[in-house]
Ligand binder design. Structure first.
Ligand code: ARG
Length: 588
C-alpha cells in the first residue's frame, strides 16, 4: 500500500500541476502545528522564487484546485503561503481498514532487496557476557528483524572473539593448575577426552585470574603469548583445549542470548577467518599493497581528503601473529565467497570506529570485497550509570549481563506482586517478559550512536516513554477485547467507521504512520524511530480510551468500530515490539 502521507502528497502535486506549477513543490509533511492542521505543504514559498509570484497567490491557486477533492476536509492557504491540510475522517478510516485487512499492514517491501550480513553480538569466548555486549545484541537483533520485515535477505553472524590472547591466557593458567593434563603432554598421540577439564564457572574464574596475573608478571605474559602463538600454529593439545573452551562457552552464551530473545544464524568467530589469512597476506604482498614497517606488515589506507590521520592497517605483527585487523579482513573473504553480500553491517561500540575505517578501506583497496559492496559501521554509544560513568556493579566491577537481568526481573516481580492480581508463578513469568521489554526499550528508544543512562527505576516504570508503558497499553486492549468476547461476541468482520471524535481520528492518523516508521527505521538502521512511533501511538490509544465509552457504548456499529480500531492498534503494536525484539504478556 502506498503510505497515507504519499497519497496526500499525490493530490497536492496534482493540484500544483493543474494550477500551472511544477509538481516538485507539492511535498507534504506532518503538521508541526497540530492545533492548526494535520498536514502541511510549504512548497508555495519555494515556487514563488521560480514563478515570481506571491507565495499566498500560489497557495490559493493550488487550494482552489482541491475544492472538491474527497481526501480533504479542508485545504486553506494561509499567510505567507502555507497550505494547511485536514483530511476527511472517511479517508483515514478507509486507509485503516485496508491496513487491517492487508498482510503485513500493507507495508511495501523494499524495491531492491539486499543480501546483508549483520555482524552483531561479538562476545568474547570464556569471558562472561557483560553489559557492554548488551547493546550490540539488542540493537543488532532489532535491525535484523526490521530488515527482514522489509524483505531483505539477512544473515546474522555472532562473530565471537575466540582467537586472541584470552585463549593463550586460559591455556597458561590451566597449565599452572593442572600440568598433568594430557593436553600439555607433547608426546601424547591418542584421542583427547570428550569431557572438558573445567566447568563454565571455573572457566569464568580462570580468565580474570590469568588476565590479572599477566598484568603483574611479565614472565607469565610471555608464556601466554607463546601459548597463543602455538595455538594459532595448530598445536594439537591446545587445539583440543580450545574446542573445550568453545563448547563450554557457547553453551553458556546460547543460554544468555536465549534469555534476551536474541538469535544468530551463524556462530562463527575470529578463528574461522584463520584459514584464509596466509593466502590473503601473500596476495596483499604480491599485489604490492602490503609492506614491512618496523618489522610489522602493513597496508596504507590514508586518503588525501582525510582531515585526521588514519594510520595504516596492521596485517601481521613482527612475530607473525594475526591481529584484530587481520581477522576482520580475512572474515570478509569467506563472507564474500559464501554470500556475495550487497552489504556487511557491523553493530559495534563506536569507540572501534577507526578500526573499521581501516578495515573497510583496506578491504576495498586490496579487492577483498568489490567496490559495490557497502561496508557499514553502526557504532553505538556507551551505556552509563546514573552517575554518568560507564555502567558498573555496586562494588565497581564489570556487571554481568545475567546478574543485571536477574536484578531487574526481581524488581519487576516485586512490583507485580504488589498489585496482587496474579499468582506467584504467573507473576514470575510476567516479570521476566516485562523486564526484558524494559531493558530493550530503554536501550532502543535512544539513537544507537548516543550514550545513554541506564536508569533501572525509570525503565521499569509503567508510565512515560518506557517498555512497560507500551506493554501496558497492549494488555489494556487485550483485556477490553477479552471482555467483549467473554460476553459472547465475535471479533470477526469488524469495520472501522468514520471517526466520530478527535481522539478517534488522531488514533487513526497515528496508525497510518506505521509504514513510514518501520521502513524509515529499517533503511536508516535506527530502531529508535520505531520506538518513537509506538510511543506516540500508545499515547493516542490511551487518550482515546480515556475519552471514549467503549464496551458501554450502546450503538452497536460504533462499539464494533471502536473495537476494530483497538484491535488494529494492538496488532500494530505487537508487530512493532516484535521488530524491536520483545513481546507482551497476557496480563500485567
Ligand atoms: N569481540 C569484539 C569486542 O568485544 C567485538 C567484535 C565486533 N565485530 C567485529 N567483526 N570486529 O570488542
Amino acid at each position: 500500500m502506498k503510505e497515507f502521507i504519499k497519497l496526500i502528497e499525490d493530490e497536492i502535486k496534482a493540484a500544483f500541476k493543474a494550477a500551472g506549477f511544477d509538481e516538485k513543490y507539492g511535498s507534504v509533511t506532518v503538521s508541526n502545528r497540530p492545533d492548526l492542521c494535520e498536514f502541511q505543504c510549504n512548497g508555495a514559498m519555494a515556487a514563488a522564487k521560480e514563478y515570481h509570484k506571491k507565495p499566498i497567490d500560489i497557495a490559493t491557486a493550488v487550494s482552489e484546485q482541491l475544492s472538491d477533492c474527497s481526501m480533504f476536509e479542508s485545504v486553506s492557504a494561509v499567510m505567507p503561503g502555507f497550505l494547511n491540510l485536514n483530511v476527511t475522517g472517511e479517508a483515514v478510516a478507509t486507509y485503516a481498514n485496508n491496513m487491517a485487512n492487508t498482510e503485513g499492514f500493507g507495508v511495501e517491501k523494499a524495491g531492491n532487496p539486499r543480501t546483508v550480513i549483520l555482524d552483531y553480538g561479538g562476545p568474547n569466548v570464556a569471558k562472561p557476557l557483560h553489559v557492554g555486549h548488551l547493546r550490540s545484541a539488542v540493537i543488532g537483533e532489532s535491525i535484523k528483524r526490521l530488515l527482514r520485515f522489509m524483505g531483505h535477505n539477512v544473515t546474522g553472524d555472532i562473530h565471537m572473539g575466540d582467537w586472541g590472547l584470552q585463549m593463550g591466557l586460559i591455556i597458561t593458567e590451566l597449565n599452572e593448575r593442572k600440568p598433568e593434563l594430557v593436553y600439555f603432554d607433547d608426546s601424547y598421540e591418542g584421542d583427547y577426552p570428550k569431557e572438558a577439564p573445567f566447568t563454565i564457572s571455573e572457566l569464568e574464574e580462570i580468565y580474570p585470574t590469568a588476565s590479572g596475573k599477566s598484568k603483574e608478571d611479565p614472565a607469565y605474559k610471555e608464556k601466554a603469548l607463546l601459548a597463543t602463538a602455538e595455538l594459532q600454529k595448530g598445536r594439537r593439545g591446545y587445539t583440543a583445549l580450545l574446542e573445550h573452551i568453545l563448547n563450554v562457552s557457547v553453551t553458556d552464551l546460547k543460554k544468555n542470548y536465549d534469555r534476551l530473545s536474541v538469535s544468530f544464524d551463524l556462530w562463527k568467530g575470529e578463528r574461522d577467518a584463520d584459514p584464509f589469512i596466509p593466502d590473503m597476506v601473500e596476495k596483499m604482498k604480491a599485489d604490492g599493497f602490503a609492506y614491512e614497517s618496523d618489522g610489522a606488515l602493513v597496508v596504507d589506507v590514508a586518503e588525501e581528503s582525510d582531515t585526521k590521520e588514519i594510520p595504516p592497517c596492521m596485517i601481521l605483527k613482527s612475530d607473525g601473529a594475526a591481529l584484530y585487523d587481520t581477522t576482520d579482513l580475512a572474515t570478509l573473504i569467506w563472507r564474500q565467497n559464501d554470500y556475495h553480500p550487497d552489504q556487511v553491517a557491523y553493530v559495534v561500540d563506536k569507540r572501534q570506529e577507526l578500526h573499521f575505517v581501516q578495515v573497510f578501506r583496506c578491504a576495498k583497496k586490496t579487492g577483498i570485497v568489490p567496490e559495490s559492496c557497502d561496508l557499514k559501521f553502526i557504532g553505538f554509544g556507551t551505556m552509563n550509570g546514573k552517575d554518568g560513568k560507564p555502567f558498573k556493579t555496586r562494588d565497581g566491577g564489570v556487571m554481568r549481563l545475567s546478574s543485571l537481568l536477574d536484578e531487574i526481573s526481581e524488581k519487576m516481580e516485586a512490583k507485580i506482586k504488589e498489585a496482587g492480581t496474579m499468582d506467584d508463578e504467573e507473576a514470575k513469568k510476567t516479570a521476566d517478559i516485562v523486564a526484558l521489554a524494559a531493558i530493550k526499550y530503554g536501550d532502543l528508544s535512544n539513537q544507537p550512536s548516543k550514550d545513554y543512562i541506564f536508569d533501572v527505576d525509570r525503565f521499569i516504570s509503567f508510565e512515560g516513554n518506557t517498555g512497560p508503558y507500551i506493554l501496558y497499553t497492549i494488555v489494556r486492549i487485550k483485556s477490553i477485547i477479552n471482555k467483549y468476547i467473554e460476553a459472547g461476541n465475535s471479533m470477526d468482520d469488524l469495520t472501522i467507521l468514520t471517526p466520530d471524535s478527535d481522539s478517534a481520528k488522531s488514533l487513526l492518523l497515528s496508525l497510518t504512520k506505521f509504514e513510514g516508521a518501520v521502513s524509515g527505521a529499517a533503511e536508516e538502521m535506527l530502531p529508535n524511530r520505531l520506538c518513537a512511533f509506538i510511543y506516540e501511538l500508545s499515547n493516542e490509544i490511551n487518550h482515546f480510551y480515556h475519552e471514549t465509552r467503549i464496551l458501554a457504548e450502546e450503538d452497536e456499529a460504533k462499539k464494533k468500530s471502536y473495537l476494530a480500531m483497538l484491535d488494529l492498534a494492538k496488532r500494530v503494536l505487537e508487530q512493532s515490539i516484535d521488530l524491536l525484539g520483545f513481546e507482551a504478556p497476557e496480563h500485567m
